[in-house]
Ligand binder design. Structure first.
Ligand code: GDP
Length: 444
């Protein structure tokens, strides 16, 4: 998981100070010392750590904290705000050109994840913003890069402009933009060549492409697992190409988080997206505040909402909310609900975004057994229509039949029925207390 080590250390540091009714300067000193060590261990740039810790210390011993009623919590608020600021403060945006297409150029070293991220980004823009992107294959050097992008395009059913590997990358980029205009694609995402190291030839070619198509965004793709190397690469690219945003890939495997926490401060370039896995839907808009909360174990509601909005059908969500309110929720709805949650990605990822989930006994580090979902589905599918609508008709004979049909046992069927009833009861309570508050229909 991303930031695992740092999150553990910071959370235990914060725990010591949370409940304090009085925070002394010595407490602050101890806390900042531990924060400093945790950040350095997470491979955050030395100067960045120094500045950050200085700011936290100043604020933590300031009036705002010391004179408040809950100084312990105020200190944590300060740490969260400073971490958020470090990663860029506000969530950044993606350009929309006045005259479409909007051109996005992807640059970065070989292996950073450029080609994959180009596909993910196209998918994101289509799914989240209803755009119709065109991918352009201008990496003619890496063997198979063109084929790889074409495969990605096929998987996503997104068009790819390519001229094979014998064409000039500048001409490819230019013609891709022309084609996008003709075909009414509102975004063009250009995959460019990478090298193993930053070199002059590479920069010269990227500059030529940039001059030819004047991109609205130049996104630098860096592998977050390379830590401070990623920061150095970002500095070199930014000096030469004036990058407009960074995409951090492989954050799913980056247990330390040094690149994510240093890149913005060192290069003054916003982190726009984070790659959270190899699959083409595992790209998240980078949310500094959410990320800071996740590191401090406070959940990340912003990302959770964004995930829900990207993946969940709004109409279905509204209908479901109505059913919950009127307590007419059935097993059919339950199945549909499960389907929607599954679309949001692995359950383990979701758990880390739920505030407080990490504090629940037994839940922290709990491996959620997704195979159980298969049984639940099978049980529901073995029910008749009437049973799904009104589980109160269930008797011993019916339960036996369902267990047999789903390859489960009667006790598993009973367990599900019990869970379902409890869930319904809880929904009634929740929607009861929220009556009158018009919900936005977020489906979870
Ligand atoms: P390129 O040379 O920069 O075009 O890199 P590729 O797009 O070919 O990616 C290199 C490798 O990194 C591939 O195996 C990708 O599947 C993998 N990869 C890319 N992004 C991510 C990510 O966010 N998470 C993980 N776990 N793997 C990624």
């Amino acid at each position: 998981m991303a930031f695992e080590g740092l999150a553990d250390r910071l959370q235990s540091t914060m725990k010591k100070i949370t409940g304090k009714g009085k925070v002394s300067e010595q407490d602050v000193k101890d806390m900042t010392r531990e924060v400093r060590l945790a950040l350095l261990e997470a491979d955050v740039n030395f100067k960045v750590v120094k500045d950050l810790v200085k700011r936290i210390k100043e604020r933590a011993v300031g009036q705002e904290v010391m004179e408040s009623l809950t100084p312990g919590q105020q200190v944590i608020k300060v740490v969260r705000e400073e971490l958020t600021e470090l990663m860029g403060g506000e969530q950044s945006t993606v350009a929309v050109a006045d005259n479409p297409p909007t051109v996005i150029m992807m640059v970065g070293l070989q292996g950073a994840g450029k080609t994959t991220t180009g596909g993910k980004l196209a998918n994101y823009l289509r799914k989240k913003h209803n755009r119709s992107p065109l991918l352009a294959a201008a990496d003619v050097y890496r063997p198979a890069a063109v084929d790889q992008l074409e495969t990605v395009g096929e998987q996503l059913d997104i068009p790819v402009f390519s001229k094979g590997t014998n064409a000039d990358p500048v001409a490819i980029a230019r013609e891709a933009v022309e084609q996008a205009k003709a075909e009414h694609n509102d975004y063009v995402i250009i995959d460019t060549a990478g090298r193993l190291h930053v070199d002059e030839d590479l920069m010269a070619e990227l500059e030529q492409i940039k001059a030819a198509v004047t991109p609205d965004e130049t996104f630098l793709v860096v592998d977050s697992m390379t830590g401070q190397d990623a920061v150095n690469v970002a500095e070199s690219f930014n000096d030469q190409l004036a990058v407009s945003g960074v995409v951090l890939t492989k954050l799913d495997g980056d247990t330390r988080g040094g690149a994510a926490l240093s890149i913005r401060a060192v290069t003054d370039t916003p982190i726009k997206f984070a790659g959270m896995g190899e699959k083409l839907d595992q790209l998240e808009a980078f949310q500094p505040e959410g990320m800071a909360s996740r590191i401090l174990g406070m959940g990340d509601v912003l990302s959770l909402i964004e995930k829900a909005e990207t993946n969940v059908n709004e109409k279905q969500a509204k209908e479901l909310e109505e059913k919950m309110r009127t307590a007419s929720f059935t097993f059919d709805d339950f199945l549909e609900q499960m389907d929607q949650v599954k679309k949001m990605g692995p359950l383990d990822d979701l758990m880390n975004m739920i505030p407080g989930a990490n504090k629940m006994k037994g839940l922290k580090n709990a491996q959620i057994d997704e195979s159980q979902l298969v049984y639940i589905e099978a049980i529901i599918q073995s029910m008749t229509k009437d049973e799904r609508q009104d589980p109160s008709i269930m008797n011993a004979g019916r339960k036996k039949r369902i267990a047999k049909g789903s390859g489960t046992s009667v006790s598993q069927v009973n367990r599900l029925l019990k869970q379902f009833n409890e869930m319904k009861k809880m929904m009634k309570q929740m929607t009861g207390t929220q009556k009158g508050k018009k919900g936005k229909g977020m489906n979870l």
